[in-house]
Design a protein around this ligand. Structure first.
Ligand code: ADP
Ligand code: ZN
Ligand code: ZN
Length: 718
């Protein structure tokens, strides 16, 4: 018997996706632990690996010895190692791929970073006009003591303001050890519905919950109250936000409450900053982390609560290896580590709402806005009528008048385009009919390349039309208006308006969001024009008008979630209005006022929407009534991609004759970066039948077929 270690080596070996066994040399026996990084010989080289298991057993002659232990402490907890195993099975990825997602690059390389903390606190009262400087001062004043990084997280361009505040002796700089506890700022007194929610959740620790609360109902206030208890009982809490760079004010609320006990985690951080947060979590210096998706892998070992705010957001789905859904990982982790998981949303995903209905999640509600504020009133404008009345502009008269009125009153407005993906759909401007596949009831996508219409579910092709099959009109339009057009239009209507534009072209880095947010928040602009990326979470007290320029764009995407996404976007967009003292107004322009996703957004009627959508999903056998797997085949030539896809489809049909298998056919995005793409879609209506053997078969297929990637429960069907 000898001391042995199973090690997950940092090399993807498709046929051998399991830990390899090594001998532990006697000199190492006292310092080696599960979860540590080690160096091991592998094939003809030396690679890094993570200790997965330690035991004693019989050694074989070909077993090699561990070369070195690279980290004094484990970098993964036992729970995270279990999670890695589960993820590699569930999402068909290799263990090293999961570990690379779990362990920050700086840690994998064994590097250490040290930052010299600088702290600020106010030393004299200051009351200036509304400016960045005053905002920074108020921020510091609200927190008693705050470190430089926190200030710059919240206000990326605050460095000059900080210097000047110090120079005028309004703020002083001190140094202070990281671990000194701060006094915790007390929160608001909870309303009765809020305390009932808190009581329900606390009565069943370690459970999963859906918190369904309208926009502005105080969900964040509930998270804070729940986390207070965690922090006081020496447990840790993780709060996930869909796009953290977009919601600096949520981070500020947590900072204001818990000071430097809060860590931040998102893609905009430097490696050193990430290392610091990661290390603080590991050493229990940080007990609350507010972060984006990948924060779910932080090495907490006293985790008491995971909150997923806006749990319906598609950004929780990772579309690259490992292709996980954060909600599923959080629920798994919560169960394994005994942590309560709270999923919060005004418009829950169908999956979560269905799980709550079936009792798999607890269900709590906040049906009204906090402080007796009203939900904004929503007007639908039928753009077909506008056209009939001779208005061919992108703004209806209603929206134009509302915009001018808001600007005249010195209020702010947000205009959404609600555009997603790159596809173009085909719409009749006369009757609002969008060309659909007769079999699948999803919109057809126009392909410029071959000038044809394709259904991306059954993957059938149709010729291009010039006449509406519904009403015979020739007012057929290939849709796709951009934010630039909308900005031009605003400037033409109101030449004095200061307009900001927010879309994937203008905002590439996390800092861009924060500075845009600040600009609009401070009132340096009157109108914000953007895509759905600005619909979530943003809280601007002076916005009295929200206009949705084209509600239908998401409705006609070739995606079974298109109605769900549309409803969510419309309700969330509307939720940005009237968050201050004044009531808000929302104008939604649509060619489909009768579609349930549009119609029900007017009254924020999630319950009715859920009923209608669930009926549709059941009838068409889409999730949550089926499991979907998307297979994407990529090759340098179209014929090669098609052949790969055909071969794989034939093999799957032979091995699993009962499978519902759609395709192969060209993907909606047929060519990406010079590579041709083909799709096969697998639908499993009764998972118990094929589940395990199928997922093994798919994993095997994925490792054999070059250019094949497989996604379980895909969110991106392009
Ligand atoms: P949500 O997260 O559901 O959108 P928030 O937590 O942001 O809602 O609350 C909306 C607004 O109402 C915030 O400005 C918040 O400070 C305020 N608010 C929420 N609950 C209370 C309360 N119990 N007392 C006072 N103000 C509250
Ligand atoms: Zn079809
Ligand atoms: Zn028509």
């Amino acid at each position: 018997m000898e001391a042995l270690a199973d090690v997950i080596v940092d090399r993807v070996v498709p046929a051998l996706d399991h830990p390899f066994t090594y001998r532990v040399p006697p000199s190492m026996r006292n310092d080696i632990a599960v979860g540590q990084l080690v160096t091991v010989p592998f094939r003809s080289s030396v690679v890094s690996g993570v200790v997965y298991r330690l035991y004693s057993g019989p050694a074989t002659p070909e077993m090699k010895e561990i070369v070195a232990v690279r980290t004094p402490q484990p970098v993964l907890t036992p729970a995270l190692l279990d999670l890695a195993q589960w993820m590699s099975e569930r999402y068909l990825c290799f263990l090293p791929q999961v570990l690379r997602a779990m362990i920050p690059a700086a840690v994998r390389r064994g590097g250490e970073f040290r930052s010299i903390p600088q702290w600020y606190r106010v030393s004299a009262r200051r009351q200036g006009r509304q400016s960045l400087k005053q905002a920074v001062y108020d921020f510091i004043a609200a927190q008693e003591l705050v470190d430089r990084r926190t200030v710059l997280d919240a206000f990326p361009k605050a460095a000059p303001a900080l210097r000047s505040l110090v120079a005028e002796h309004a703020v002083e700089v001190i140094s202070r050890p990281m671990s000194a506890p701060l006094t915790v700022e007390p929160g608001h007194v909870l309303s009765r519905p809020q305390s009932e929610v808190v009581r329900s959740i606390e009565a069943k620790p370690g459970h999963g919950w859906l918190l369904e609360g309208v926009t502005g109902s105080g969900k964040t206030e509930v998270y804070l109250a729940l986390i207070d208890r965690m922090v006081h009982s020496d447990q840790e809490a993780l709060v996930l936000l869909p796009e953290i760079a977009l919601t600096p004010q949520v981070v500020m609320r947590f900072r204001a409450r818990y000071g430097d006990q809060v860590g931040v985690w998102h893609s905009g951080l430097s490696q050193a900053e990430r290392w610091t947060t990661w290390d603080n979590v590991r050493r229990h210096v940080t007990s609350v982390v507010v972060g984006a998706r990948s924060a779910i892998f932080l090495p907490f070992s006293r985790l008491g609560m995971i909150v997923i705010d806006e749990e319906h957001e598609p950004s929780y789905k990772q579309e690259d290896h490992p292709r996980y859904h954060t909600r599923e990982v959080a629920l798994w982790r919560g169960q394994r580590e005994g942590a309560t998981v709270v999923l919060g949303s005004a418009t829950p995903s169908l999956e979560s709402r269905y799980a709550a209905e079936r009792g798999e999640l607890g269900h709590v509600w906040l049906p009204e806005r906090a402080m007796g504020r009203a939900l904004p009133s929503v007007e639908l404008v039928d753009m077909r009528e506008e056209l009939k009345n001779g208005n061919r502009e992108i703004f209806s008269r209603t929206l134009r008048d509302a915009l001018c009125a808001a600007l005249a009153d010195k209020e702010q407005a947000i205009l959404f385009l609600n555009r997603r993906g790159y596809s173009t759909f085909v719409l009749c401007r006369q009757c609002g009919h969008a060309l659909q596949c007769p079999e699948c009831a999803v919109s057809l996508t126009y392909h410029r390349m071959n000038h044809r219409l394709t259904c991306h579910y059954c993957l059938r092709e149709f010729p291009v039309v010039t006449r509406c099959p519904e009403c015979g009109s020739e007012k057929i339009r290939y849709f796709g208006a951009g934010t630039e057009r909308v900005v031009e239009e605003v400037q033409r209507l109101c030449p004095d308006a200061r307009v900001l534009r927010a879309d994937r072209d203008t905002m590439t880095r996390a800092r861009d969001y924060a500075s845009l947010y600040l600009k609009f928040y401070q009132g340096d602009a009157d109108v914000l024009v953007g895509t759905q990326m600005i619909a979530k979470g943003m809280d601007f007290p002076h916005v009295s008008l929200v206009g949705v320029v084209a509600a239908d764009t998401a409705l006609h995407l070739p995606d079974y979630r298109s109605a769900e996404r549309t409803f969510q976007l419309l309700v969330q967009a509307g939720g940005r209005s009237g968050r201050g003292a004044k009531p808000g107004r929302v104008v939604i322009q649509t060619y489909n006022p009768d579609h349930y996703a549009v119609r029900l957004s007017r009254t924020h009627d999630y319950a009715r929407f859920y009923e209608e959508e669930l009926t549709f999903r059941q009838a068409t056998q889409y999730p949550p009534f089926a499991d979907l797997w998307l297979l994407v085949f990529e090759a340098d030539a179209g014929s090669a991609a098609a052949a790969l896809a055909q071969q794989a489809a034939d093999e799957l049909r032979r091995k699993w004759p009962n499978l519902i298998l759609l395709g192969p056919a060209p993907a909606p995005l047929q060519k990406v970066q010079g590579r041709f793409r083909y799709h096969v879609l697998i639908k499993i209506v009764n998972p118990a039948d094929d589940g395990v053997s199928l997922s093994r078969g798919l994993k095997d297929l994925q490792s054999r077929v070059p250019g094949l990637s497989i996604t379980r429960d895909p969110y991106f069907l392009m």
